[in-house]
Design a protein around this ligand. Structure first.
Ligand code: 5GP
Ligand code: ZN
Length: 120
């Protein structure tokens, strides 16, 4: 299920601390270390799938539910106008961590992305 050499496996399992904004049985959502906007979040499955070609049907369906939940929470809590869902597959596509993850990137009115967000 988990890969000993994978940093996102360790973060998802809670072995490496992270700024967790959402968690359930299957997923942990964390703030991105290099955010594209304030509140930029990554949804990590708590099981190792390299990319979308490997993810199970159950995780694939549920990751969109989590993304929608986070997007709604961001609109309410952060006041963003919209959000991007981004998911890279393979080095050529910009994937740098080879553990499936979905980016949820809040977008603000006028294109002004705030500089920081502390969820607490
Ligand atoms: P990718 O380019 O693979 O789709 O996205 C990887 C993302 O993970 C990048 O946006 C990068 O900033 C973020 N990232 C890489 N390592 C860590 C980490 O250890 N902790 C957190 N919170 N984010 C990370
Ligand atoms: Zn992993």
């Amino acid at each position: 299920m988990l890969d000993d050499n994978c940093i996102f496996c360790k973060i998802a399992a809670g072995e490496i601390p992270s700024e967790t904004v959402y968690e359930d049985e299957q997923f942990r959502a964390i703030l991105d270390l290099g955010p594209a906007s304030a509140g930029h979040t990554l949804i990590l499955p708590k099981a190792h799938f390299k990319d979308v070609t490997e993810i199970s049907d159950e995780y694939a369906a549920n990751v969109l539910k989590v993304a929608a939940k986070l997007g709604k929470a961001m609109k309410k809590g952060l006041g963003c106008e919209g959000f991007n869902l981004v998911q890279n597959n393979g080095e050529a596509a910009g994937q740098t961590v080879m553990h499936f993850h979905m980016h949820v990137i809040p977008r603000y009115a006028g294109g002004e992305d705030m500089v920081s967000w502390d969820p607490k």
